[in-house]
Design a protein around this ligand. Sequence first.
Ligand SMILES: Nc1ncnc2c1ncn2[C@@H]1O[C@H](COP(=O)(O)OP(=O)(O)OP(=O)(O)O)[C@@H](O)[C@H]1O
Ligand SMILES: [Mg+2]
Length: 369
Amino acid sequence: MTAISLKDIRKSYGSLEVISNIDLDIERGEFVVFVGPSGCGKSTLLRMIAGLEGINSGDLLIGDMRANDIPPSQRGIAMVFQSYALYPHMNVYDNLAFSLKIARIDRAEIDRRVRIAADMLQLGPYLKRRPRQLSGGQRQRVAIGRAIVREAEVFLFDEPLSNLDAALRVATRIEIARLKERLPDTTMIYVTHDQVEAMTLADRIVVLNGGRIEQVGRPVELYDTPRNMFVAGFIGSPAMNFLPVDLAFEGGAARIEHGGRPLPLARFAAGGRAGRERGTLGIRPEHLRIGSAGQALVSGAVDLVEHLGEVTIAYLRLPGDISVTVKLERTQDLKKGEALHLTADPADLHAFDQSGSALARRGDAGAYA
Ligand SMILES: Nc1ncnc2c1ncn2[C@@H]1O[C@H](COP(=O)(O)OP(=O)(O)OP(=O)(O)O)[C@@H](O)[C@H]1O
Ligand SMILES: [Mg+2]
C-alpha cells in the first residue's frame, strides 16, 4: 500500500525553483533516505510532506487522501529535526509526554506510550533527568521518542544525527535501525549527508540534485548501477574515479579507447548511439588493485598516502593532471613519487557517454589481470 505519493510536486521561492517535477511513491513501512548536495532541496521536500512549507503545484497524497491543504497536525506525521530543541525545564518523561498532554490524552495512556518509547530507546534510567543532564545522543533519542509517543504513521527525520560525535552517531544509528524493526508498519523518510547511514538504513535511496530526482533505488542498486555520473560520484566513499576516454559505437556495442588503445574486455551496449564521442570511464577506488605495468588499466605516481589501518588510501597523479584514488586492503608500504600500475575487473567498470549517462553493460568478461 502506498503511504505517501508525490505527483509532479514543485516549489519556488519567488523566481527561484527549488523543487522541480518530483514524482515519488513511498510504500507503507518503507524506510526511504534522501541524499544530495547541500541546498538541493532535501529539507524543503521533507517540510512540504510535513506541511511546514506550502506546495506550489502538484499533488501530495498521504494514504489515498490529497493532503496539500491538510494542516500539519492532522497529517499523522511526526518530524525529528537536527536540533532536538527539548524543553530545558522539563525532565525526560515530561518532554516525552508533552504533546500528548496538549492533545488531552488520558494519563494512563500517556504513561503507557511514554514507557514504550523509553523502552525502545533505552531511556528508562533517564526519565527523571533534565535535558542538560544528558549526552547529545541521549537528547537526540528523547527527540525521537517524542515522535514515537505520537504513534504517527509516518516519521520524518532531517539529519537527526549530524550534531553527534562519531561514536554516538554509530550508536544512535543502530538504535534507529532497531526502531525500524520494532515499527515495521511505520513509514520513515530520513535525510542525511552520511553515506553509511544512507546505505545501511535505507530500503530505497532517493538521490536529489538541484531540486530534481537523479535516481531512486535500493542502496546496492545505486552503488552497482548508477544511472549517471552524478549518482556514480555521489554514492560511494571515497568517490568513484573518472577518466576521460573515447567511445566508438559499432554494431550495438561501445568500444572504449583509453590512452590511445582499446580496452577490449570492457563490454558496454551502444544503446542506440552511433559514431564516436568523448566519454568517461568510472572505477571505484576499492575496485582497483596493484598489477604489473603490462596489464595496467591506469598507471601513475603516488602523490599522497593515508593509512587507516584496515585500508590504505593512495592518491595518484596521472599525466594530464588527472587524479586517481585507490583503496587497498590493510597497510601498504607506498612511497610518495612511486609508480603504481593498477588493474580492475572489467565487471566493475562503469562507462558514461558525453552527456554523463551510464552505458549498459553487456554480459560478463574475464579480468584484466
Ligand atoms: N525560505 C526560503 N527562501 C528562499 N530560499 C530558500 C528558503 N528556504 C530554502 N531556500 C533555498 O532552497 C534551496 C533548498 O534548500 P534546502 O534547505 O531544502 O536544502 P537541503 O538539501 O536541505 O540542504 P542542506 O543539506 O544544506 O540542509 C536552497 O537553495 C535554499 O537556499
Ligand atoms: Mg537540509
